[in-house]
Design a protein around this ligand. Structure first.
Ligand code: HEC
Length: 134
C-alpha cells in the first residue's frame, strides 16, 4: 500500500513537472527577445551620446548603405566570432554589441547576463541570419 502511494505521488509530481516543461514556449520567448531588442536598438538611453544603434547602422541594421562612421547594415555578413578592426581582436556577436554600447554610444557596459544584451544580440542576429524565430 505504501509503495503504491509513493508510486502514485511520483507519477503525479512528474506529470506536473512535464506539463510545466511543455507549457514553456521557447519560440515565443525568442520572438519576444527579438522584438524587445528592436526597441533597444533605437533607444538612446543605452548610452550617453544621444545616439542609438540606428544612428550608424541605419534602417534598423538592414541597409546596404553606410551610415555614420562608415557603419554598415548586418544582412548577409554573418560569421561570428570574427575579427573586429575597431577593437583589433576577434569577438563574439554579443561582445561586438557590447563594444558598440561602450564606445560609439558612450554607455555603461551591460552585465553579460543582462537580458538587454541578450535581446539586442537576438535582434542583430536576426538581421544577420534572416532568422526571425520561425
Ligand atoms: C557612432 C556609430 C556607431 C554606433 C552608434 C553603433 N555602432 Fe556598431 N559599429 C560601428 C562601426 C564603425 C563598426 C565597424 C564597421 C562595421 O562593421 O559596420 C561597427 C560594427 C558593429 C558590429 C560588427 C559588424 C560586423 O559584422 O563586423 C556590430 C554587431 C555592431 N556594430 C552592433 C551595434 C549595435 C547593436 C549598436 C547599438 C548598441 C551599435 N553597433 C552602435 C559604428 C557604430
Amino acid at each position: 500500500m505504501k509503495t503504491l502511494k509513493v508510486v502514485l505521488l511520483f507519477m503525479a509530481t512528474s506529470g506536473l513537472f512535464f506539463s510545466f516543461a511543455h507549457a514553456v514556449d521557447g519560440v515565443a520567448l525568442e520572438k519576444a527577445s527579438i522584438a524587445n531588442g528592436a526597441k533597444l536598438y533605437a533607444d538612446p538611453s543605452l548610452g550617453t551620446s544621444g545616439r542609438t544603434c540606428n544612428t550608424c547602422h541605419i534602417e534598423m541594421g538592414k541597409s546596404k548603405n553606410m551610415g555614420m562612421r562608415d557603419a554598415k547594415g548586418f544582412i548577409g555578413r554573418k560569421h561570428f566570432p570574427k575579427y573586429f578592426p575597431m577593437a583589433n581582436r576577434v569577438m563574439t556577436l554579443d561582445q561586438a554589441v557590447q563594444f558598440c554600447i561602450v564606445n560609439p554610444l558612450s554607455g555603461k557596459p551591460l552585465a553579460w547576463d543582462d537580458s538587454k544584451l541578450t535581446d539586442l544580440t537576438s535582434y542583430v542576429n536576426s538581421i544577420y541570419t534572416g532568422n526571425i524565430a520561425k
